[in-house]
Design a protein around this ligand. Structure first.
Ligand code: ADP
Ligand code: CO
Length: 301
């Protein structure tokens, strides 16, 4: 429905291996060393089906994945996990995909994953087909190296409403949805201009305003819902306070209660110290720009 922009981060990632074999009688999916139930496995199987069709491969697979990110907590495990799965499957079947083709493929697993195969900033083009909808890297002249993202993890449990269900309900029922949709191109243009100009303040303003508008849409859905908790509000207010005390920082939030604070790297320590006065140090995670997807090892024959 709308284009979107992301910054790939180093602190949270996924490692996934995929093995196809004639010896397997079904697909199996292990997440964090635990064999997953049929409901979780079928999502992975459907994604594998796309690759099996592409490669004309009839074999079942064992997928082993480890999330170095809490799963389904609004910390983008779907972006990380499905980008990793897309890369691992395409390596296992020697699909030899260009970054653009890999982005298209990852999108079929999770929209957010289309961006996360790239390092640094990426933009996902809206659309309803493989042909039109994929992500591209945003040329930034290394601006992302000047930035840090401080995570305030207020709750890393699995959320009640998945991103997919929350988005679907919002698109179908929220009376605020059209307002949000119309506001995106302007905010996105401001963000991209800010990246090109290395203008931290403008990027922060666009990011925070866009996040607030997006979260506003859920309040007008039927039934209404919110991903915010009292602790999220506390974190957002703290960011506003730091800003009025001349410490530039801006927040953004994904579909979950956790708050991410965008800061300039040169101010990272100062702002981290301020946040540590209000949150436990175990709740604060610092991330920097991360690399593109990496193939760690070739599949054994
Ligand atoms: P999040 O905020 O963590 O992105 P989502 O609701 O968007 O939450 O997506 C969570 C879903 O993403 C999980 O239920 C699972 O289906 C999928 N997912 C997460 N990590 C992985 C992984 N490593 N491999 C495969 N699928 C994953
Ligand atoms: Co997600």
């Amino acid at each position: 429905m709308n284009n979107s922009l992301s910054l790939t981060l180093d602190a949270f990632y996924t490692e996934t291996s995929v093995t196809f074999s004639a010896e397997f009688t079904e697909d199996q999916f292990y997440l964090d060393h635990q064999l997953q139930d049929p409901k979780a496995t079928i999502k992975v199987s459907r994604f594998l089906d796309l690759a099996r069709k592409k490669a004309d491969c009839p074999l079942f697979a064992v997928v082993k994945s480890q999330n170095f990110v809490p799963t389904a907590a609004g910390l983008a495990s779907s972006a990380s996990g499905l980008a990793a799965l897309a890369g691992a499957v395409s390596a296992a079947l020697n699909l030899d995909l260009s970054p653009r083709a890999l982005s298209r493929f990852a999108r079929r697993g999770s929209g957010s994953a289309s961006r996360s195969i790239y390092g640094g900033f990426a933009e996902w083009e809206k659309g309803d087909s493989d042909e039109t909808s994929y992500a591209t890297k945003i040329i930034s002249d290394g601006f992302e190296e000047d930035l840090s993202m401080i995570f305030i993890v207020v709750n890393d449990a699995q959320k009640d409403i998945s991103s997919r269900d929350g988005m679907q309900r919002t698109v179908e029922t929220s009376s605020f949805y059209d307002g949000w949709l119309h506001s995106v191109p302007k905010d996105l243009a401001k963000a991209k201009t800010a990246i090109a100009a290395k203008d931290f303040i403008a990027l922060g303003e666009a990011t925070e305003a866009s996040a607030l508008k997006m979260h506003g849409t859920t309040l007008a859905a039927t039934p209404p819902f919110t991903y915010w908790s009292a602790e999220s509000m506390k974190a957002m207010n703290l960011v506003r306070q730091l800003r009025s005390a001349a410490l530039p920082c801006y927040f953004t939030m994904d579909a979950g209660p956790n708050v991410k604070v965008l800061v300039e790297r040169k101010n990272e320590e100062k702002i981290l110290n301020e946040l540590a006065k209000h949150f436990d140090s175990t709740q604060l995670i610092v991330a920097h720009a991360g690399p593109s997807i990496e193939i760690l090892a070739a599949e054994e024959a």
